[in-house]
Design a protein around this ligand. Structure first.
Ligand code: NAD
Length: 475
């Protein structure tokens, strides 16, 4: 088939490359000329494991091309995937759909004959219906254009795998013809037995936001338990292991720590609450506001605990930060909890040195005020406190004996519960971990570095620092 993929960011670039890889002729479209030039040369404009290989293979074969022209897209393809961003609106929790609307407005007038527009971006329920009317007002007489919604569930870091072998495909369609078209697009996946759920567009739109809401709730649930563990002297990791054995609960997404961020979960749950309010059912998803608040509180708790480890003030101290991206195996720093904490610590007077395996360039672009170190050793040199904020696997493999020799004081806060506290302690480190007060205690010894949490941190009443992503914006 001849497909176009409009918007070639984290979602669209991967979708375009993978659709070409399963045999389609694909034209990727973006307004960002630099992105388009890089992709056309087989260079992914962001870090995503495995993408370069698929991209190069398909650019070379000629099945995958790129352009900035929607007119060219309209002439080229029969199926047009919309993969543009749907960020949070300024001054509101609602989604900003202006990029989606711009694609419809730019594409529809050139659509002659029969075609299908397929939305993949995450949108509020009701968007497909609204866009259907917008399309019919803009297409030339005699053309036959339909719209469907096919939400995307890929995870950054596993995006290629998730696109080629998704857990399921969801198609929100208005006709059996659109359904048949999407079944043909995804034929290799269907043949491989991947579940294909055909439904109406409203259900498809809601599947995506409810899936993200559930995941956000699971993370915030375990982080709420972490707060209780702190207060009660219990261990949240053991608690998560124990409840996770229950197959109804499951262990995944029960890792207590600094919480979620990125370009999806935070804005998606906020957009959902805004849309639910428009539909008159805000009470039904009011709990999501609490999930958001619990999530943001972890950033403030991390800052509070780190301050305690720095003897009560960051002024004059040097803090090493391991991790800047919102998750490992990505260079994405959008709404990154790690960067929010680093910026807040810096704002309180610390000299902050950040190291991240892939996210330094993006981090520097949004937080040029922080210092970036070329490697872990430089980041840790003469540090008073080390903060482990993104769980890259290479941080798990660090040698705490070697690192103890370069810091000023061997104190580490593992805000991702990803390090082996016993190994670090035996190398002389004071280790603090979220939700694990007992992890700082060596059996039979005084807990040398144990920090008593300020009540404000437990209650989450620390003053929000809006500019650094430590509080919800807007309220
Ligand atoms: P992104 O910012 O990386 O990419 C969006 C791209 O759209 C950018 O390259 C931008 O230049 C381009 N764009 C904007 N306006 C355009 C226009 N008028 N015409 C052509 N291109 C235009 O965002 P993303 O992370 O890829 O997310 C895109 C959508 O996919 C969002 O709705 C997001 O919620 C959803 N999503 C993202 C992921 C993820 O992991 N990133 C996963 C599932 C769903």
């Amino acid at each position: 088939m001849r497909l176009t993929v409009i918007g070639t960011g984290y979602l669209g670039a991967v979708h375009a490359a993978c659709m070409a890889d399963i045999g389609h002729e694909v034209l990727g479209v973006d307004v960002d000329i630099q992105k388009i030039e890089a992709l056309a040369e087989g260079r992914p404009p962001f870090f995503e494991p495995g993408l370069q290989e698929v991209l190069v293979r398909n650019v070379r074969s000629g099945r995958l091309r790129f352009t900035t022209s929607l007119r060219e897209a309209a002439e080229f393809g029969d199926v047009h995937f919309i993969c543009v961003g749907t960020p949070q609106q300024r001054g509101s929790n609602a989604a900003d759909l202006r990029h989606v609307d711009a694609v419809i407005d730019g594409l529809a007038p050139y659509l002659h004959g029969r075609s299908l527009i397929v939305g993949k971006s995450t949108v509020p329920v009701g968007t497909t219906a609204r866009l259907a009317a917008r399309i019919s007002e803009r297409i030339p007489d005699g053309s036959d254009v339909e719209i469907a919604w096919n939400p995307e569930f890929l995870r950054e870091g596993y995006a290629v795998q998730d696109t080629l072998q998704p857990d399921r495909l969801v198609a929100g369609v208005l006709s059996s013809r659109a359904d048949e078209t999407l079944r043909t697009v995804y034929a290799p996946m269907l043949q491989a037995g991947i579940p294909y759920i055909s439904t109406d567009p409203a259900t498809a739109e809601l599947v995506k936001v409810s899936a993200n809401s559930f995941l956000a709730t699971k993370i915030s649930f375990i982080n709420a338990m972490a707060e209780v563990c702190e207060a009660a002297g219990a261990d949240v990791v053991t608690l998560a292991d124990a409840i996770g054995h229950d197959t109804r609960i499951g262990r995944r997404f029960l890792s207590a720590g600094l919480g979620f961020g990125g370009g999806c979960l935070p804005k998606d749950i906020r957009a959902f609450t805004a849309r639910a309010a428009e539909l008159g059912v805000d009470h039904s998803v009011a709990f999501l506001r609490e999930m958001d608040e619990i999530n943001l509180r972890q950033r403030r708790r991390t800052v509070d605990i780190a301050r305690g480890m720095a003897d009560g003030t960051f002024v004059g101290s040097r803090v090493a930060v391991l991790g800047a991206t919102f998750k490992p195996d990505s260079d994405d720093v959008r709404d990154s909890p790690a960067l929010a904490v680093a910026a807040a610590v810096h704002a309180e007077g610390a000299e902050v040195r950040v190291y991240d395996p892939q996210g330094m360039e993006n981090a520097r672009a949004v937080h040029g005020d922080l210092t970036y170190a070329p490697n872990v050793l430089t980041a840790l040199k003469d540090a008073d406190v080390v903060l482990h904020l993104t769980e890259w696997s290479q941080f798990r493999e660090l040698d705490p004996v070697k690192l103890a020799a370069v810091v000023r004081a061997p104190r580490i806060l593992d805000a991702r519960n990803g390090l082996d506290a016993a190994v670090w302690r035996s190398a002389g480190w004071t280790v603090r971990a979220l939700g694990r007060p007992s992890a700082s205690v060596v059996p039979g010894q005084q807990p040398a570095g144990r920090v008593t949490l300020p009540q404000s941190a437990v209650r989450g009443s620390a003053a929000p620092i809006a500019a650094t992503g430590l509080s919800r914006s807007p309220k």
